[in-house]
Design a binder for this molecule. Sequence first.
Ligand code: DP6
Length: 322
Amino acid sequence: MTKWTRAHTNIALIKYWGKENEQLIIPKNNSLSLTLDAFYTDTQVDFDDSLSEDLLILDGVEQDTASLKKVQRVLNEVRRQAGIESKARVESINHVPTAAGLASSASGLAALAGAASYAAGLSLNKEELSKLARIGSGSACRSIFGGFAEWVKGTDHDSSFAVPVDDAKWDIGMLFIVVNDAKKEVSSREGMKRTVETSPFYEGWLQSLDADLSAIKEAIKGKSVEKVGEIAERNALKMHATTLGANPPFTYWTSESMKAMDAVRELRKRGFTAYFTMDAGPNVKVICRQSELEQIKYYLLTSFSESQLIEAKPGPGLYLLD
Ligand code: DP6
């Protein structure tokens, strides 16, 4: 029994940054994200007795054992729940508009949770799918849902999963400014671990989160792009500030990221509702009104090329393809 399953990526407006339990991927704080239509992963899984090893084929290319690690955590949990031992063939296709390194583990691991549980004959509800995706990659647990979702941190495997917050069927959108950079990356997994362990700013980050979360939920209720953007931008800046205090220190920002952030501030001066957020890489995401996406893109074309600018609207949660 195999079926293609689709999950869209999500971008956190209140960031997940730090684990309480690394093995189970239980976070230090709740996070809140918006699932987007622009990037998604299609995955199908086949549990096959004739296989001697798990196989991962990504965009037609067989992956090495290192890339299989996150995938196998999900597969092992599915095998445990279904009481099967067969190895799996996982086929995944990332749909990303440019070859800009935006492929996301969030959509990938969420699609895998859906496809693998289906293939094993489990019928899991969204909460269970969210937990399953979480053990592959934390942020993936939010991609089970469309629109805004909150990952409630919980204390153990059964209490840590995402819940839907709002369908986002209103005038909010996002524009990705893709910054190409050759600099070696610190993965989000490594970056958050180092920050938790060594940054004196980490405590300050944690202390300010409850206020950010309740404020953004109010703003979402009021459908205020302005307030959502303002809170998300501040939250992102705080998260990125923690990395500068780490030992050894690091940053995901490049001069191109700074240029993009300045461009967003300039958009605000020109009267647009535009705020930025950034994750564990140099790309900048602009939070704005869907109805202003075109004009904002037009302005940004004065500093960036067409291929660097990708428009996104709120996207759906996980679903099986016919
Ligand atoms: C900065 O979910 O990639 O994007 O749980 O270790 O797989 P692991 O980390 P991951 O971290 C995402 C961090 C972030 C913020 C966010 O998405 O909330």
